[in-house]
Design a protein around this ligand. Structure first.
Ligand code: FUC
Length: 787
């Protein structure tokens, strides 16, 4: 038996390293010409860049995510979207009208309650780092790649009997983008580099000792910016003028780029120190290090996060470039399809690491990448699904650190959100509505079919609670989660209204995104408030707030839970049974209770599970990128692996660009993140408080393994190995002592074993096996027959 155990343990190690050696690489045989579809992203949270890779000119379009127009100081004026006069009476009147007429047209409500946003602002491109090379003839062996394992982009090609190579990375530890240019023969690196900065800002450019510096301020709001690129060369000659540096005959060269602004995430002024000093310091420090050292520090930092999770779906390194892999998806080459799926999964994790690191802002609608000064939806933070979706994968795919910017951002939103709650609804606590920006926009806009989403605060509060569930970090719960959750709950304690039809507490006016009429108590509104109240009741005693907890418990008992089964078996989207079977709208918000909520589960509410399935069937498998991504999660929660997989396929076939960016269209990063989260949800679930191993494994993933996935409980990491669609074994490593409850895949067939104390017997109630896991112990779930 011992020998068997050893073999199985080794088996894991082999599988993990096997997955490791199929490199996670996107690669292409031609340069990018289109920013959105083809260029390749690198980023360190604050800085982002898109690499094009043409032989004659390298374009490194770059961003720093605080560079926004609008906000305090904007020429258009700025009021956080919050009226100076209270609107509470108007809102109450609209609710009264809804009570009378049961529904209202969105245009009518927007005309009464909507406000034209002023100074909302737009996320800006910082500029382009342009590197011009002498003309080359006959470029061959061209390859452009993004190595996700190491977070390095590369361009290689042969020309004029020489091999050229470029390497790019965005380093979090050093706060810079590093570029290395080299050629196979000494003295052959020649180029001219300059910074192209858009002209909607003042610009002062100067070049000293191979360093080009640009600084100025945005015309709109006076936000100061600074950027610099230091050119370092090995051999050859350097020439420079005011705005460019040229290198002739070097063996190799290194470019170090960084940028910043005087933005500070702090209400109400949002300004900090001039960026000049920090930019200069970062350039000085990084220039003092060798490129190899910068790279080593970067790779170590990246891998510490990225390599925690491996996914082996039986893929092999594909022999075709990624754009062709994508184009051929679903056309019969299963090994290639699995390779694309595994790559797409890891790309989501890569993109989150690259766009959300501590000390910066959270990933916006495009992560951190944006080449425009008028990006779609301002490149903002939509909070009626999109920002939340960006973080669904963070905990489950073992990237908890990436949530730091989200929590900093939401914490900073509480102050304006408190004003918004008071001025707009007349309530205490805090909330936000449809969308927000880097300037604490917490109020409303005037877009009829979306502007009214007061549930945003409650939905964002869910992320804090989930952080706690995954970490059991009591300090985080007390200091960070509770204040935000309590404030969000206070808002709803004040804002809920009694529905005279049944005396239940409802949200009114309520609007199911982004369609239908205004009503009282749309399902999504109710379910989000239900989720928040349930979470608050759960943790209130832990933080010594039982009294508040009791108040919320009483409201929860009166709350309409937002779950109703309608005439055709559907989960109703509205309180009235008016759903249209033919409605295929991209939002499926009335299934919030299924995901990301946990109000509907397979065990606790089978009738609603059926209704949710009926609604999803009717909605169909189409939709925009993020909509399909959400559906992967829904089907995973319905334990239908094949359907979840079908949706993943739909997303790859119809909502994915050649660089594997998700497209709404246009490019919107939420779909990347949501799909990765959905794939994790297919392999492991723990939202019910019990762990389900391989709950939605599709036929096409018959055999494989995953390592490092995370389940709720204090620091629980799970490795899974399966064959013929059945679990071979799971290995569970815990950080501290934490309860482990596992729903066994098939009763009687599997055992939960404490490796260090094999004699310890877990308790089994129905299909759930539970024990208190001990720090330093490893647990296995194994087939009895394997022992
Ligand atoms: C939500 C969606 C839209 C789009 C926008 C950024 O409002 O309904 O489809 O994704 O966010």
């Amino acid at each position: 038996m011992l020998a068997r155990l050893l073999v199985l343990t080794m088996c894991f190690a082999t599988t993990a390293s096997f997955a490791d050696i199929v490199p996670n690489v996107l690669w292409y045989e031609q340069p990018a010409t289109d920013w959105e579809r083809e260029a390749l992203p690198i980023g360190n949270g604050a800085l982002g860049a898109m690499i094009f890779g043409s032989a004659s000119q390298e374009r490194v379009q770059f961003n720093e995510e605080t560079l926004w127009t609008g906000g305090p100081g904007s020429k258009s004026g700025y009021d956080f979207g919050i009226p100076s006069q209270s609107m509470a009476r108007e809102v109450t009147e609209v609710a009264a009208q809804i009570e009378r007429d049961h529904s209202l047209e969105p245009e009518h409500v927007a005309a009464r309650l909507g406000r034209k946003a002023r100074g909302f602002g737009e996320y800006q491109t910082f500029g382009d780092l342009l590197i011009d090379f002498p003309p080359t003839a006959n470029v061959t062996n061209y390859r452009r790649e993004l190595d996700l394992d190491n977070a390095i982009a590369r361009v290689t090609y042969d020309a004029d009997e020489m091999q050229y190579q470029r390497e790019f990375f965005a380093s979090y530890p050093d706060g810079v983008i590093g570029v290395r240019l080299s050629a196979s023969r000494p003295g052959s690196v020649n180029f001219r580099v300059r910074l192209a900065i858009p002209d909607n800002r003042s610009r002062s450019l100067r070049t000293v000792d191979g360093r080009i510096s640009a600084s100025g301020a945005l015309h709109d709001n006076g936000l100061q910016y600074a950027a610099g690129v230091q050119v370092l060369h090995d051999g050859g000659v350097r020439k420079q003028d005011r705005e460019s540096v040229s290198i002739v005959g070097a063996n190799s060269a290194v470019l170090i780029l960084t940028a910043g602004t005087n933005y500070r995430l702090s209400y109400p002024v949002y300004r900090g120190e001039s960026p000049q000093r920090a930019v200069t310091q970062r350039l000085d420090d990084a220039s003092a290090r060798s490129f190899e050292l910068l790279k080593e520090r970067h790779v170590k930092d990246h891998r510490a996060l990225f390599s925690r999770v491996t996914l082996d779906l039986g893929q092999q390194a594909p022999q075709v470039p990624t754009d062709r892999l994508l184009a051929a998806y679903g056309q019969g080459n299963a090994a290639n399809d699995r390779a694309l799926e595994a790559l797409y999964f890891q790309l989501g994790r890569y993109l989150l690491i690259a766009s959300s690191r501590a000390g910066s802002l959270p990933a916006n609608l495009q992560g951190v990448w944006n080449h425009s000064n008028t990006p779609p939806w301002n490149g903002d933070y939509h909070v009626n699904i999109n920002l939340q979706m960006n973080y669904w994968l963070a905990e489950t795919t073992n990237l908890a650190e990436t949530t730091a910017p989200l929590f900093d951002f939401v914490d900073a939103l509480v102050a304006p959100g408190t004003k918004a709650a008071k001025q707009i609804v007349g309530a205490g606590g805090w909330t936000a509505f449809l969308s927000t920006n880097v300037w604490g926009f917490a109020g409303i806009i005037d877009w009829p079919t979306a502007f009214w989403q007061p549930e945003a605060g409650a939905w964002l509060a869910q992320h804090y609670y989930e952080r706690y569930r995954f970490s059991l970090d009591e300090k985080f719960l007390r200091d960070r989660a509770w204040p935000v959750m309590k404030g969000a709950a206070q808002f709803w304690l004040d804002a809920l209204r009694v529905d005279p039809r049944d005396n239940k507490l409802v949200v009114s006016p309520s609007y199911s995104p982004e369609q239908g009429p205004f009503t009282a108590g749309a399902a999504m509104s109710q379910q989000i408030v239900f989720d928040l109240f349930t979470n608050v009741v759960e943790v209130a005693p832990r933080v010594g707030e039982s009294q508040f907890g009791n108040e919320v418990r009483a409201a929860l008992a009166r709350l309409d839970p937002g779950l109703r089964i309608g005439s055709w078996g559907q989960l109703q989207e509205w309180k009235q049974d008016v759903d249209d079977r033919k409605n295929d709208h991209r939002h499926v918000s009335h299934l919030f209770a299924l995901h990301p909520g946990r109000q509907i589960t397979a065990t606790s509410s089978p009738q609603f599970i059926d209704a949710a399935r009926t609604s999803l069937e009717a909605r169909g498998d189409g939709g925009t990128g993020w909509s399909k991504a959400w559906k992967i999660n829904f089907w995973a929660r319905l334990h239908d692996g094949d359907r979840a997989h079908k949706l993943l396929g739909e997303q790859l076939k119809a909502s994915t660009l050649p660089n594997l960016f998700d497209t709404h269209p246009p490019f919107q990063i939420d779909g990347n993140f949501g799909a990765t989260a959905g794939m994790a949800e297919m392999l492991l679930q723990s939202h019910e408080g019990v762990m389900r191993l391989l709950p939605a494994l599709p036929k096409s993933w018959a055999s494989g393994s995953a390592t490092g996935l995370r389940a709720r409980g204090g620091g629980v990491a799970v490795d899974l190995q399966w064959a013929d669609r059945e679990l071979i074994q799971a290995r569970i490593v815990v950080a501290g002592s934490t309860p482990l409850s596992i729903a066994m895949p098939a009763l009687d067939e599997y055992l939960l074993i404490d490796q260090q104390d094999a004699g310890r017997k877990p308790e089994t109630v129905l299909d759930v096996t539970a024990l208190m896991a001990l720090p330093g112990h490893t647990y296995f779930v194994r087939r009895r027959t394997a022992l």
